[in-house]
Design a protein around this ligand. Structure first.
Ligand code: 9MJ
Length: 700
């Protein structure tokens, strides 16, 4: 084969492998083979420089920084979309479509509205020759050198039998930064002491505007197609949905959520389905888009100003809002960690009123330069705790002399709950109250943790009750829970009612409600019978999570054996390193803790004990596995149980001692760490294959 032919062949092989790897998530060939192709192509191109073209995969990151971007006039203008913010506005839109088309339940292409940057990719004879930003819709900037670095963007259109290459095909779509990539990018930027990106959208925009493609190449961007601009030499299908499908056949990436819906009801059902899935999607969206599917009907409806009359964006409620920082409170956690919390002027964000948001730690407040009185941006996304993202410093209230009214935040020296010293260890971001269980805030959190479902599972013991039990002095340590009687609880309730100035209905009627107290005592009683691993987890020893507790319970078999273990013996336990062994040793050496354990036993808390179990059997014997991210076919707990049954030890965090990481959807820091340490990584499909081979899948 001649060199130019081999160059062509290699480019085709690499393009197919890229498509399979980046878009189908189904690698065609091992990395080693791919690398060999790439090296062979580089060598051939070096020997035949006349064969180097911009659409070669070797040229994804090539070229010196440009002095500026060239202007591009869009042959077909890049449109914007009208917005709808309510079901009513969508109903109005559908009514207009029905009136204009005569269809009773028109079909719509329904698409997630990607929150990125609109761009236009121009392919001539199948080759990517230009890539432009939207600009003002008529004129944008050619950022093709940066777009070429995006691996999901084909440099040449895929060729399929029976599918001709168009003379010109302009593909319109959105460049975005996947959420996981954004998180990873920011974690790395912070570690290097650099400024983090404000959000994935800014990440995408900033990256595309880099004059040096080598910088863009380091930003993990992606792309979804959602339409076309100029097209020559290609008969377009009659519907928009079929057009998108056609783009897919040419190798362009499409959002998997794209669908077709009928009439108003179909649109609203799609809106709700995507809204519910929003947080789990790997990219940010700010709504959904409805486009009349039939292109002949689109043409009939035409345009108003710069937006089509046949399409509309149905926006989700904003996840970011402006409000005023009214104060900074300090929250003390179970291990004494102090979290500064922003007290906010109440504001609706994404349909919920937000009054508090985390500020994470003192460094973060300094980074934000947040002061009481400042106007701040709060973000509330899904189930996560609202956070203060930014401060609008230009709106800071000033005194007459131009100086800020409020001083910068300083972490106090004493715990606001107990007055003990606050300390911050070298190199740590977190400040801690040193009061331990003397601090009522830590005591409350310790009790809440002790009673929680995965620990002692005490039904009926909620946060409010724990607060009262501690505030009125009925409970000091977790062991005191088991000494509570009905009279104590009734008396406490009376004091709490008096404090709150309420008289319950039952009391007015001369009766006293005791059901709740009886239920609580029943829950406490039931928790007496437990397991060693639950008890160890419940004790709340720092850095001893569920996985470590389970490991310790098996390894030692009894609490006495564990309590008697030396530092060296503790370190011999798989997954227990110097830090955790210190924590365990220190915890059990502390006389107060020994007293609490003795009191728990005296109160009848019991668990089965047995001989140590140190050697597992099965194909995964002696292997430590970490599960991370979301699995689709089974829960992480179920997956862990299967792996344990095959001899694996399931640990909670990735370390040098980890042998294997199973990474589901949206896996984050643990997956990154595994990659860093070169640990074997399986996806869900690999896990299920393994379970299938060993007769554990599908479950009986
Ligand atoms: C986004 N942003 O995902 C359009 N878009 O169509 C989708 N944007 C659009 N369509 C015409 N899915 C103009 C803009």
């Amino acid at each position: 084969m001649s060199a130019p032919d081999r160059i062509d062949e290699l480019r085709r092989l690499i393009a197919e492998a890229d498509h399979a790897y980046y878009q189908l998530d189904a690698p065609l060939v091992p990395d080693a083979e791919y690398d060999r192709w790439m090296r062979e192509l580089q060598a051939l191109e070096a020997a035949h420089p006349e064969c180097v073209t911009p659409d070669s995969p070797t040229q994804r990151v090539a070229g010196a920084p440009a002095p500026a971007f060239a202007e591009v006039r869009h042959a077909v203008p890049m449109l914007s979309l009208a917005n709808a913010f309510s079901d009513g506005e969508v109903a109005d839109f559908v009514r207009r479509v029905v009136e204009a088309t005569g269809e009773t339940a028109p079909a719509f292409s329904v698409e997630p509205k990607i929150d990125g940057l609109a761009i236009s990719l121009r392919y001539e004879q199948g080759r990517l020759v230009q890539g432009a930003t939207r600009g003002d819709g008529a004129t944008g900037e050619d950022v093709v050198a940066n777009l070429r670095t995006i691996r999901v963007i084909p440099l040449v259109l895929r060729r399929t039998p029976g599918l001709p290459l168009p003379e010109v095909l302009e593909v319109r779509g959105e460049v975005y930064m996947p959420k996981a990539a954004f998180e990873r990018f920011n974690a790395e930027a912070l570690a290097r002491g650099e400024k983090p990106l404000a959000n994935p959208r800014n990440g995408a925009a900033g990256s595309l505007r880099q004059l040096d493609p080598r910088i863009t190449a380091k930003r993990p961007l992606a792309f979804f197609a959602y339409g076309v601009g100029e097209v020559r030499g290609l008969e377009l299908p009659p519907t928009h949905s079929a057009l998108l499908h056609l783009l897919g056949r040419y190798g362009l990436p499409l959002s998997p959520e794209i669908d077709v819906a009928l009439g108003l009801e179909g649109l609203l059902a799609y809106y709700r389905r995507i809204g519910a899935a929003r947080d789990a999607l790997p990219y940010d969206i700010d709504g959904v888009v409805y486009k009349l599917d039939r292109r002949d009907l689109q043409e009939r409806m035409g345009f108003v100003a710069r937006a089509p009359r046949w399409a509309i964006a149905h926006k989700f409620p904003a996840q970011e809002e402006l409000t005023v920082l009214e104060g900074i409170d300090l929250q003390v956690g179970r291990t004494g960690a102090i979290t500064p919390v922003a007290r906010l002027r109440p504001v609706r964000v994404g349909g919920v009123t937000v009054t508090n948001a985390t500020l994470h730690n003192a460094d973060q407040i300094a980074r934000l330069d947040a002061r009481v009185g400042d106007t701040v941006v709060v973000r509330r996304a899904g189930d996560v705790i609202p956070e203060v993202l930014r401060v609008l410093h230009e709106r800071r209230p000033l005194a007459g002399d131009g100086t800020p009214l409020s001083p910068p935040f300083v972490m106090p020296a004493a715990c606001p709950e107990c007055g003990s010293a606050i300390e911050r260890a070298e190199g740590e971001a977190v400040a801690r109250c040193t009061g331990g269980l003397y601090c009522p805030a830590q005591r409350k959190q310790a009790l809440i943790h002790f009673a929680s479902r995965r620990a002692m599972d005490i039904e009926g013991l909620g946060e409010r009750l724990v607060e009262d039990l501690v505030d009125f002095g009925y409970v000091q340590t977790v062991a005191d829970l088991y000494r509570l009687g009905l009279d104590d609880l009734i008396a406490m309730k009376r004091r709490a009612d008096a404090r709150d100035g309420v008289t319950p209905e039952t009391v007015k009627q001369g009766r006293i409600a005791t059901r709740w107290a009886e239920n609580l005592l029943g829950g406490i009683d039931q928790s007496r019978r437990t397991t060693l691993e639950r008890l160890l987890f419940a004790l709340g020893i720092r850095d001893v999570g569920e996985a470590t507790a389970k490991q310790l319970a098996r390894w030692f078999g009894s609490l006495d054996a564990l309590m008697a273990a030396s530092l060296e013996e503790l370190q011999a336990v798989p997954d227990v390193g110097p830090v955790v062994s210190q924590r365990l040793h220190g915890f059990f050496a502390e006389p107060h803790n020994r007293e609490v354990i003795a009191a728990l036993r005296a109160a009848g808390v019991h668990w089965p004990e047995g001989p140590p179990q140190r050697a597992a059997e099965g194909p995964l014997a002696g292997r430590t596995v970490v599960l991370t991210g979301a699995l689709a076919a089974l829960t992480r707990d179920e997956a862990g149980a299967h792996l344990e049954a095959l001899g694996a030890r399931v640990a909670g965090s990735v370390s040098k001692k980890t042998h294997l990481v199973v990474a589901g959807e949206a896996a984050g820091a643990k997956l990154d760490k595994a990659r860093e340490l070169g640990i074997e990584i399986w996806d869900e499909a690999a896990l299920l294959d393994f379970l299938r081979v060993h007769g554990r899948w599908p479950p009986a």
